[in-house]
Design a protein around this ligand. Sequence first.
Ligand code: TYD
Length: 204
Amino acid sequence: MLISFEGIDGSGKSTQIDKVKTYLTDKGYDVHVFREPGGTPLSEQIRDILLKSRDEIHPLAESLLFSAARAQLVATRIRPLLDAGAIVILDRFFDSTTAYQGYGRKAIPVKDIEQLNTLSTQNLKPDLTIYLKLDPLQASKRRKKVRVEDRMERAGVEFFKRVSEGFDQLALREERMVALDSSKSPDVTFRSIIEHLEKKLPLL
Ligand code: TYD
């Protein structure tokens, strides 16, 4: 089973992913977590370019780099684990490319990004996507409290509003995607995630 978590930076994904991993592991599932971009040595190198580069990265090049990191992760790690019956949890997947590079950067039509996503994943789709929804201003405040912003996060609040709008649009058209209010306490959000997850869990 493949579960992805999505949302703008600062929406609380990491906290919830840790909790879900513990919950599923305690139940006896074989659980693996990967972050995107990342999760393989090559994909982590690409991550460094994407988040730390001081050079301008053209939006098309940016989309292709995220996709290259993803292609490597899907082919070498995710597919084999799914074939072996594991549960794979992803801290972001191709919906982030649609929302950030498609809706956020606006330089490439969303339908082209979606074709790229199909190619980079070889048509692999999550069984469940948890979209943690948070107001962009609130998310920016949460972020600034805990860390120095990276190259993507420095894009500004107008960019994050467009990214949010992108995730909202995706949640409307993708049945696998569940939008949950992430402004509540982490425990309240966690309980809603578990409600949705329980409906889809495979038998042990
Ligand atoms: P990361 O520090 O992992 O952010 P977060 O903890 O919020 O997930 O950085 C990943 C950044 O890359 C984040 O700003 C979102 C962005 N991103 C894209 O723009 N496109 C993508 O396809 C992916 C996977 C991430």
